[in-house]
Design a protein around this ligand. Structure first.
Ligand SMILES: [Zn+2]
Length: 458
């Protein structure tokens, strides 16, 4: 029995899908205006654990992820510049080039993290028709109104607004500072469609019933999730920062349009901090997967690190923590490589325990500690250990099935000898250059009292 914490009810609930063994799972994708960073990696890896846990339980999952390539403004309250257009201007590229480039990097990173590919990946710019169709329904039902800069959703017509985030209309009204847009009927009213401002030339704009412009940020997720998964979906996921206003607004516009419940289970991942601080470019702690690799770590070590934190606890990323994760992962690979694989059986007792912990709202830290318990358990035969670990890896996803007996290639061994030579001659810089070369090949040197020890990073 799988239990998941539901942000809407604020408690753990038994997961019951709408249709027997099928699960519709929508996850908010990235806004592709810049490199994705560790926060994205954390968020999408947790969503990947959820998908794998569902599949481990025998559910057939249909996962849909959008790509936001238009309409996400620099301020979440529908003011400011479009992030995509701004990035294109700064980088002197077309907005389409920007979208393509960062989407490509995003998917390369997903692959490195060993994240399963969503069944459907949908771009906002490919679904303008679906969005304007939904806005039209909202307008016909009296939920939308037009002002100078766009078509807005009137939150006061949806009394349940605020149930997901706790930001009720009353609180929002009291907390609103000077209204930037005095034509709005309530400070929380959000844009469904924005008009291209006069004298502005946008690269992305479309004609609509209301005028030339572009969609608001929230409408894309409602339109695309309805198109691919139906009016009501089982699970909708995202980062904690998506709860408000994004998901709150998705609920309001979707349920107003269809008259049906939009989402049964809301899954939100907490923030990632770096060395105890909020990640920000100004603090120079804004890391990408390329930075992880540049420091000589494998991206799967990051995945292992993510396994040791629960998705609903804020994670604090530290380089020291990553180092420990790398060492633990290397050790796990060494163990798996040393176990013979012929004709083993999955240990049922451990499998049951594993299922119990992952089904308790994805308790991955417990799952990892169970892995080490199993490895140390002398009562379980080695062949069965291997079979069981490979079974667990369907959820853990650290590529245990690809681990082979670790052999150091002769080219690396030669480099190690050469480095030792330089060190003897106290040519430290040259020695260090070789160390970097070795690192690039996926190996790490540890200088011990008895000489250098080579470790694999892959
Ligand atoms: Zn979304």
């Amino acid at each position: 029995m799988l239990k998941l914490y539901n942000t809407l009810s604020r408690k753990k609930e038994v997961f019951r899908p709408l249709k027997n063994k099928k699960v519709g799972f929508y996850i908010c994708g990235p806004t592709v205006y810049d490199y994705d960073h560790l926060g994205h990696a954390w968020n999408y890896t947790q969503a990947d654990f959820l998908r794998r846990v569902l599949e481990y339980n025998g559910y057939k999952v249909k996962q849909v992820m959008n790509i936001t390539d238009v309409g996400h403004l620099t301020s979440d309250s529908d003011t400011g510049e479009d992030k995509m257009e701004k990035s294109a201007r700064e980088k002197k590229k077309t907005v389409w080039e920007i979208a393509e480039y960062f989407t490509k990097i995003f998917f390369e990173n997903r692959k490195k993290l060993n994240l399963l590919k969503p069944h459907i990946v949908c771009k906002a710019t490919d679904h303008i028709k679906e969005m304007t169709g939904l806005i039209k329904i909202l307008e016909q039902k009296g939920y939308a109104y037009k002002i100078d800069d766009g078509i807005y959703f009137e939150v006061q017509k949806f009394p349940r607004y605020g149930r997901l985030s706790g930001n009720t209309l009353k609180k929002l009204k009291a907390g609103a500072r000077i209204e930037i847009n005095p034509q709005k009927r309530h400070p929380a009213d959000f844009a469904l469609w924005k008009f291209t401002p006069k004298k502005v030339k946008r690269q992305m704009e479309w004609d609509s019933l209301w005028g030339r412009g572009f969609p608001g940020w929230h409408i894309e997720c409602s339109a695309m999730s309805m198109k691919y998964l139906g009016k009501t979906i089982d699970i909708h996921g995202g980062g904690e920062d998506n709860i408000f206003p994004h998901h709150e607004s998705e609920i309001a516009q979707s349920e107003s349009a269809t008259g049906k419940k939009f989402v049964n289970y809301w899954f939100h991942t907490r923030f990632l901090k770096v060395e105890g601080q909020k990640m920000a470019k100004s603090l120079k702690n804004f890391f990408t997967l390329a930075d992880i690799e540049k420091q000589g770590f494998s991206v799967l070590a990051l995945r292992y690190l993510f396994l040791t934190s629960h998705y609903r606890s804020p994670i604090n990323f530290t380089w020291k923590g990553l180092e420990s994760a790398q060492i633990a992962l290397n050790k796990l690979y060494e163990v798996v490589a040393s176990l013979k694989s012929e004709a083993g059986k999955i240990d049922k007792k451990y499998q049951r325990k594993f299922l119990n912990v992952i089904n308790d709202d994805l308790n991955m830290p417990e799952a990892i500690s169970l892995v080490w318990q199993l490895i140390k358990d002398k009562k379980v035969k080695n062949v069965d250990k291997k079979k069981t670990l490979l079974d667990f890896d369907r959820v853990l996803g650290v590529n245990l099935s690809k681990v082979k007996k670790i052999t150091i290639p002769s080219s690396v061994e030669k480099l190690v000898v050469q480095r030792e030579e330089y060190r003897r001659q106290e040519e430290w810089q040259k020695a260090d250059e070789i160390r970097k070369k070795i690192k690039k090949l996926g190996y790490k040197i540890e200088d011990t009292k008895v000489g250098p020890k080579i470790k694999t990073f892959r």
